[in-house]
Design a protein around this ligand. Sequence first.
Ligand SMILES: CSC[C@H]1O[C@H](OP(=O)(O)O)[C@H](O)[C@@H]1O
Length: 365
Amino acid sequence: MKNTALQRPQPVRWDHGTLYLLDQTRLPLETVIDPYTTVEQVWDAIRRLKVRGAPAIGIAGAYGLVLAMRSQQHLTHEDFLAQLDTQAAYLDSARPTAVNLHWALQRLLRQARQLHQQPVPEIYQALEQTAIQIHAEDRQLCRRIGDHGRPLIKTGMGILTHCNAGALATAELGTALAPLYLAHEAGVSFRVYADETRPLLQGARLTTWELQQAGIDVTLICDNMAATLMAQDCIDMVIVGTDRVAANGDVANKIGTLGVAILAQYFQIPFYVACPLLHHRLRHPSGEAIVIEERAQDEVTHLGQRRTAPVGMAVRNPAFDVTPHTLVGADHRARNLAASYGETLRAGLWPRSSRRLNQRFDASY
Ligand SMILES: CSC[C@H]1O[C@H](OP(=O)(O)O)[C@H](O)[C@@H]1O
């Protein structure tokens, strides 16, 4: 029996020149949508994970650049383009690891440079249209990844997720969660085990919330429980998102993903990475070249406002880790879902070597 397709939460909405963001730091207890009209507000929202998830911050960053330039249309071409560069660099500084923010900002910069002979207001209009197009493309891309991954989801499966790569991280269906949503809509019954994902609890707060809203069977576990559930044969596959992929297939994703991948190999469980090809950065020969965001210490020493570690404690807080391609393409039947991003959206299994990918999309940066 099919399940009705529910309206999933929209983290980002652009409405007649105003950006609306669902404040993900308030979920799951409060659903708060705020209007944004300045580039500084958008920078802060990305930095503080009010909007988060690689695609969603790329989309929000693109709209943030449009907001930055609305009041600059009186400038000369030279000054407008110089200001555009400055504001794009400012937004790009909000978070370094997810490729989408930089990719989206660079796409708007290229668009403006291609139109440099046009009147400045027309350049501004083109920037807004490009941001809207990036948003729409991500919606299509998620569906492509969902269509491609949907056959992997079999009745009775236990599926482990880490962090949140769902509707809240993208324009609609998500990347890692897209196959799950489509399988559920097709009437397939399965159980999801959501890693809480310390320290910011994207799994506990966000993945459980959106899957529960969709009527999908989801069980919350602490990160340190995944091994036991695998040992108890509760997990039949793992599927995660990604923020950036190196040319050799090394995958940057939320901190803790590496541990899950090691466990999956040990227990011979398929480990899937759902990722747009745009996440493949050919300029990064391996994962060592990927910049890993280090976040504030109080995210580790506190649970919300409550301190849980001694004052003065030394802390590390890398927000991402890198899973070597050897784990992802390993013999334990690991597979990756990738969908190209651009004119012809389609999904394809990520081949074990990324050599074939190199001919398939540009290495522009
Ligand atoms: C579909 S990208 C989701 C990706 O983003 C998350 O990071 P953050 O919550 O810090 O933005 C995590 O790495 C997810 O896999």
